[in-house]
Design a protein around this ligand. Structure first.
Ligand code: 13P
Ligand code: SF4
Length: 315
């Protein structure tokens, strides 16, 4: 089948089976086009909690689909490719975190949502890049905190809040590969263009960026400001939504090196139209979690959503 035929078939089957497709901004354009909701990890977690569709197909990476299952355990949650992992989620296991906690018994654990259900089960609070700063600020000033697994996001939040959280040594290998030097060169070529960056980038890149925020925050910033051109320091999939919302603006993607034109997360790009088609047909592969893990790991996510509502970050 051609891409157009595949898309038509996927849409037909999803309607027939009452399937909701949740797609992250980093998915390929074709998948974003036929998703029922496209969003950042926080918005998609909310949609997963809200939906009454019996089947959720999560087009994103494994930890995101797991989060959807944790928030809506009675639904069948499918992920087109089970191998779609994340370097951050892989950097920290439940066992490692348990040992680390034992060494720091007076600390609570705040984990970035990019982590496994086992790590969530060991955490007191989950955050996303969209709410991390406000959630951390809402915790008592003298509260000692272990922040896992992203050291770049953690040190950015430390700088923003004046905290001294203990940081796990994980990185997003995609964002961490960006270098300030390459961005400075682009700034010389396009001096009128602000740099928008995801906080998973390293400190040197963030230091030369003009706006730092989650995928959704970057999109809102571009919508609200009036530059002709923007330099984009995040995964290439987001360019689809940026261009769709702003046809008159130009976007210059930052690459990770000479050899690649733009920044791709190989995990995110594991989901293809063919795999999505097989997934809606076969209702496989499915995220399966045992009840005890669901009970433990969902608590800090529900706490995040409750706090985010109280703080006015989400409705
Ligand atoms: P968001 O929380 O901005 O959706 O980012 C998720 C992610 O994996 C970024 O690399
Ligand atoms: Fe994980 Fe980075 Fe890919 Fe996001 S872009 S899913 S943080 S590896």
């Amino acid at each position: 089948m051609t891409s157009e035929e595949l898309k038509k078939e996927i849409v037909r089957i999803k309607k027939e089976k009452n399937i909701v497709i949740l797609g992250h901004y980093y998915q390929i354009d074709d998948i974003q086009e036929i998703s029922d909701y496209v969003g950042d990890s926080l918005a998609l977690a909310q949609e997963a909690q809200r939906t009454d569709a019996p089947i959720i197909v999560f087009c994103g990476v494994h930890f995101m689909a797991e989060t959807a299952k944790l928030l809506n355990p009675t639904r069948k949650v499918l992920l087109p490719d089970m191998a779609a992992s994340c370097s951050l989620a892989e950097s920290c296991s439940g066992d490692d975190l348990r040992k680390f906690k034992q060494q720091h018994p007076d600390h609570i654990v705040v984990s970035y949502v990019n982590c496994s259900a086992e790590v969530k089960a060991e955490s007191d609070l989950i955050c996303t890049s969209g709410n991390a700063e406000k959630l951390i600020n809402a915790l008592p000033a003298d509260q000692k905190i272990i922040f896992t697994p992203d050291k770049n996001l953690g040190s950015y939040i430390n700088r923003q809040t004046g905290r001294n959280m203990l940081l796990w040594n994980g990185v997003c290998t995609v964002h961490d590969a960006l270098e300030a030097e390459g961005i400075l060169k682009l700034k010389q070529t396009y001096p009128d263009a602000p740099v928008v960056a995801h906080p998973e980038c390293n400190a040197a890149v963030l230091a030369v960026s003009d706006f730092i925020g989650s995928t959704k925050a970057m999109l809102s910033y571009i919508q609200k400001t009036d530059y002709k051109r923007y330099i984009v320091a995040t995964e290439s999939g987001i360019l689809y939504e940026m261009r769709r919302n702003n046809p008159d603006k130009e976007f210059v993607a930052v690459s990770a090196g000479e050899s690649c034109a733009c920044l791709d997360c190989s995990y995110m790009k594991m989901n293809t139209l063919e795999k999505l088609y097989r997934c809606v047909c076969d209702e496989q592969p499915e995220i399966l979690l045992d009840a005890e893990l669901i009970a433990k790991a969902s608590k800090p996510i529900v706490r995040m959503l409750d706090m985010s509502k109280q703080l006015g970050i989400i409705k």
